[in-house]
Design a binder for this molecule. Sequence first.
Ligand SMILES: CC(C)(COP(=O)(O)OP(=O)(O)OC[C@H]1O[C@@H](n2cnc3c(N)ncnc32)[C@H](O)[C@@H]1OP(=O)(O)O)[C@@H](O)C(=O)NCCC(=O)NCCS
Length: 179
Amino acid sequence: MFFNLGSKEFSEYNSKHLIPKKILLENYGEYASEIILPEFKDSFVLSQYRDFDLIELEQLLQSVGWGRRPLRRVKRALENSILKVGLWQHDQKFPRLIGFARCTGDGIIDATVWDVAIQPVYQGSGLGRRLMTYLIKRLKNIGVKRVTLFADANVISFYRNQGWILEPKGCKCAFWYSN
Ligand SMILES: CC(C)(COP(=O)(O)OP(=O)(O)OC[C@H]1O[C@@H](n2cnc3c(N)ncnc32)[C@H](O)[C@@H]1OP(=O)(O)O)[C@@H](O)C(=O)NCCC(=O)NCCS
């Protein structure tokens, strides 16, 4: 699937704030974006700069059913990614990672999205859609022109409803596995 970054404008979701701007910046870095949802008392923050605890990240990805990966390889994969977005349940001392996505690419023209996940307890509240909107906005800010991802069959409509275009007939995509 691919997404043409030239064709859309992205609006800010967060018109209301509970977290003071200074705290947001100190804890989550530049471009952090707060999300307030009526069904949760804590607010959430999207951040491209807050560091990850690798164990917490892998626990999140395992919570959506994905297999274990050696931490040192995950660490290197993150280092080699051009964008890593964390979705945090805000707490001034111990923010909790409840969503994640990352992108690889040349950082100029193309990017590919990997590891999109929202912790199951928080699924279905619009956080996944906000995570993707934020990620696209940050890529657009870098100047990337085209974004691709490999969607699992059961989540195609999640992406399609957000404007992603399904690659025709699924015939231009190939996977290679080393084992
Ligand atoms: C896919 C995922 C990231 C969606 O996150 P989420 O927070 O539950 O999604 P949202 O609440 O923002 O949903 C946005 C819209 O997509 C729809 N949607 C959510 N999950 C979907 C799914 N698996 N398939 C199809 N549509 C889905 C919602 O119904 C909602 O539709 P609406 O706007 O008409 O109400 C999340 O379910 C997840 O982590 N799944 C497991 C990991 C995974 O499959 N990742 C994708 C790998 S390609």
